[in-house]
Design a binder for this molecule. Structure first.
Ligand code: ADP
Ligand code: MG
Length: 378
């Protein structure tokens, strides 16, 4: 049993955090952080299974990035957490209290959950301040105005309070949407691809601003993205989804160093994939004999050599090779290198400064400790 939860103790119901929130002197005040738990969450639409038993436990004030390709169920999971959608099976809990499940459904407005849609829209007929205050209907007018102004100030737009949204640039509109989402001080903040519509330069600024605000409010946050680099930069943890399920959740380091499978490995680094037969629980490669745990004789294994896991030198240790092609990519160069013992050239990433030229004779050293072995794909 969980002991008294401070966040729940303020009222017997899960209510928007605005209700009963003490007027704060400063900027967005601390929210009472909430745990968000998905247990076996499944969602079907007719023949389509959008979610197939998602298990995910998010700690209070943690920021988790949901990463996965289009159609894998990210938006559906957010909508279920927010209460806009119901699970077909499984449960959602906030602070260990069921908010969706076979026996229970708490309406969205009583979950203290904020949701920022991918295609957030400001109300054109409301002032910018009116837009931000929209989520504060439970408060007296004066107070709502005060809180909304504070939130606008927090995103640097207090001067636009009485204007209408059409005067704002894309980035400014996004800031207003952010202020609107955060002003009720939700315990859980759900954001669906919040940065995907922004150009590169604006994106970084918005990411920093958003993260600053989320940390300040201590909202437990789920940020959807399909960009692995963004997920690594923003998330305390990353939950990788594919085909309606979370295949691995962990820190960026975990996912990079110990990917649970080929799908995750491909997301987080550029790799060469070479297929070998398994013999006696091992695979024999030109650079080492590697263990292939759990794979039986006759099965095939995919050996993944990271493009950055190959060290080239003029006359150091390793296998003999020749540079076949060089592509300049800025700080790095991507080489194709024919290496003795391999049927196909391997791709190798080096620092551009190293200055390898096409045709150069090289030695290629591959660190077996950085190589990954996975079951061959059926
Ligand atoms: P993502 O956000 O990862 O791109 P979604 O959660 O939007 O994925 O969709 C997951 C799957 O569920 C897709 O195959 C999508 O077509 C399907 N889906 C989502 N919402 C509905 C709906 N309301 N009716 C039917 N199918 C849906
Ligand atoms: Mg989506």
């Amino acid at each position: 049993m969980n002991s008294l939860k401070p966040w729940l103790s303020r009222s017997s119901q899960l209510k928007p955090a605005t209700e009963g929130a003490a007027p704060s002197g400063g900027r967005a005040a601390a929210t009472f952080a909430a745990r968000l738990t998905f247990e076996g969450v499944t969602r079907r639409y007719g023949e389509t299974t959008a979610l197939a038993g998602v298990d995910l436990d998010i700690a209070p004030a943690e920021v988790v990035c949901l990463l996965g390709p289009s159609g894998c169920g990210k938006t559906t999971l957010l909508r279920i957490a927010a209460g806009i959608e119901k699970p077909s099976e499984g449960r959602v809990l906030i602070n260990d209290r069921e908010v969706a499940g076979p026996s229970c459904f708490v309406a969205p407005e009583h979950r203290s959950v904020g949701l920022m849609f991918q295609d957030f829209a400001l109300f054109p007929h409301l002032t910018i301040l009116g837009n931000v205050a929209f989520g504060l209907k439970g408060l007296p007018r004066d107070e709502a105005r005060r809180e909304a102004l504070k939130a606008l100030a927090r995103v640097g737009l207090e001067n636009t309070a009485d204007e209408y949204p059409h005067i704002l640039s894309g980035g400014q509109q996004q800031r207003v949407a952010l202020a609107r989402a955060i002003v009720p001080r939700p315990a859980v903040m759900l954001m669906d691809e919040p940065f995907s519509g922004l150009d590169v330069q604006l994106r970084e600024a918005m990411q920093e601003e958003t993260m600053g605000l989320l940390r300040e409010t201590r909202a437990t946050s789920v940020i959807v993205t399909h960009d692995p680099e963004e997920a690594m930069r923003l998330g305390d943890r990353i939950a990788v989804m594919t085909r309606g399920a979370v295949v691995q959740a962990g820190s960026a380091e975990d996912l990079y160093h110990q990917p649970a499978g080929l799908f995750v490995a491909r997301l987080f680094s550029e790799i060469n994939e070479i297929t070998y037969p398994v013999v006696g629980g091992k695979v024999a490669t030109p650079f080492a004999t590697l263990p292939a745990p759990g794979l039986s004789d006759g099965a095939s294994a995919i050996v993944c050599v990271r493009e950055r896991g190959i060290t080239l030198s003029q006359d150091g240790p390793g296998l003999a090779g020749r540079v076949l092609d060089v592509k300049f990519l800025g700080d790095v160069a991507r080489l194709e290198v024919g290496i003795e013992g391999f049927d196909k050239p391997l791709k190798v990433r080096v620092r551009e400064l190293e200055g390898w030229k096409r045709g150069a004779e090289v030695r290629a050293e591959i660190d077996p400790g950085r190589v990954l072995v996975f079951p061959g794909e059926a």
